[in-house]
Design a protein around this ligand. Structure first.
Ligand SMILES: NC(=O)c1ccc[n+]([C@@H]2O[C@H](COP(=O)([O-])OP(=O)(O)OC[C@H]3O[C@@H](n4cnc5c(N)ncnc54)[C@H](OP(=O)(O)O)[C@@H]3O)[C@@H](O)[C@H]2O)c1
Length: 345
């Protein structure tokens, strides 16, 4: 008989993504049975909004048995061994840790784009939520390719400090405070250069890699995997910007055939997971403002605006913005959980 409630654990529940996973499950009415929250000893006693469940320490004694689903929202080196233990204890794992290696051999899923790929994970019971840039671009490109096949994609992602979690947010905060006191911040080992009041290319054609951000091709690999387009030419530039939360991406897509602007807007208006903002920079209604990191925080949609068609080549330019901690990771992970409940648990 089908269960009516599912026992879930979140590893990394006190982090940027883990907290959102709990919030999104509650908001979307996920059929939660028992909820267990794991973090380090330092977080014991913390309360997570939306639940009365306490934090448990993830030490070598931690017992993961009895869970239907385990979300991994912790560093990859923690996610890998504990994910394996969770699977061995009978759970399905949903991995947001964007770790190279194992996560990429499992199924990378963006529900609006490649939900059937979940079936491939039946044996491993390990599903990964792709890199947040890949999640946002996959939703947009999947909608576009329903109008005309894609020839080439050039994108520049403007990345917030929170892509490196709480530590990234803390570095930016500290740098801002220091600079406002007219002092020079200490260099951090998290980012290649100062983040506050600065803009720094970190990967892509604007090449220069940085420790911790060096997964320069990972977002592209994830995107090709989700789109099932292994040979699609994709140029992804990544630029670190002095923003706490929210990811913005400029996208230029060459198509194999021209599309009509009215048909394009109509199609994007009804594409799953997309919110087309037919906006004006001077709009007084918040919903009509061009979407930016500041306006999309807390939203589960991938926002698209500033559509422009190049009549000389069949190409579309657009502006994309999404919350990296919501659709970029937590919301996508909870949507995967909803599909597992519907089809596999
Ligand atoms: N931030 C994003 O936008 C984003 C988007 C997509 C994917 N991701 C990925 O999601 C994962 C989590 O990222 P985040 O941004 O949420 O990081 P975060 O804010 O730094 O949070 C990390 C979480 O992992 C826990 N943790 C760390 N070491 C642990 C250990 N040894 N044992 C148990 N728990 C441990 C932390 O617990 P304590 O609080 O006790 O330290 C915290 O709950 C990372 O793999 C990241 O690459 C992040």
């Amino acid at each position: 008989m089908r269960k009516t409630a599912y026992d879930v654990a979140v590893i990394g529940a006190t982090g940027t993504v883990g907290r959102e996973i709990v919030a999104v499950m509650v908001e979307r009415g996920f059929p939660l049975g028992r909820l267990r929250l794991f973090a380090t000893r330092a977080s014991l006693g913390q309360q997570i909004e939306g639940t009365d469940a306490g934090i448990e320490e993830l030490d070598s004694e931690a017992d993961l048995s009895g869970n239907d689903l385990v979300f991994l929202a912790c560093p990859p080196e923690v996610a890998q061994p504990w994910g394996k233990r969770a699977v061995a204890a009978g759970a399905w794992v949903i991995d947001t840790s964007v770790a190279p290696g194992e996560a990429e051999t499992g199924s990378l899923v963006v529900p609006e784009v490649n939900a059937p790929a979940l079936a491939k994970a039946k044996e491993s019971r390990w599903v990964a939520s792709p890199h947040p840039i890949a999640v946002g671009l996959a939703v947009v490109l999947h909608a576009l390719r329903q109008l005309a096949p894609l020839t080439r994609v050039v994108a520049t992602a403007l990345e917030p400090a929170s892509l490196l979690g709480r530590a990234g947010v803390e570095v930016l905060e500290e740098e801002v405070r220091t600079l406002l006191r007219a002092a020079e911040p200490e260099p951090s080992d998290l980012f290649p250069q100062r983040v506050a009041f600065n803009v720094c290319p970190i990967a892509g054609g604007l090449t220069c890699s940085a420790p911790g951000l060096a997964a320069e091709n990972q977002a592209v690999r994830h995107l090709r995997s989700v789109l099932d387009a292994p040979d699609l030419p994709i140029q992804l530039n990544r630029v670190l910007v002095p923003v706490f939360f929210g990811l913005a991406i400029t996208v230029d897509v060459v198509l194999q055939a021209s599309v009509d602007s009215v048909a394009l807007a109509e199609h994007l208006r009804s594409a799953p997971g997309l919110l087309l903002v037919e906006s004006s920079q001077r709009a007084t209604e918040p919903a009509l403002l061009v979407p930016t990191p500041a306006t999309v925080v807390g939203s589960d949609a991938t926002h698209v605006a500033c559509l422009s068609l190049d009549p000389r080549v069949p190409a579309v330019d657009l502006w994309v913005a999404l919350d990296n901690t919501r659709k970029g990771s937590a919301t996508n992970a909870v949507q995967i959980a909803e599909l597992l409940v519907r089809d596999h648990l």
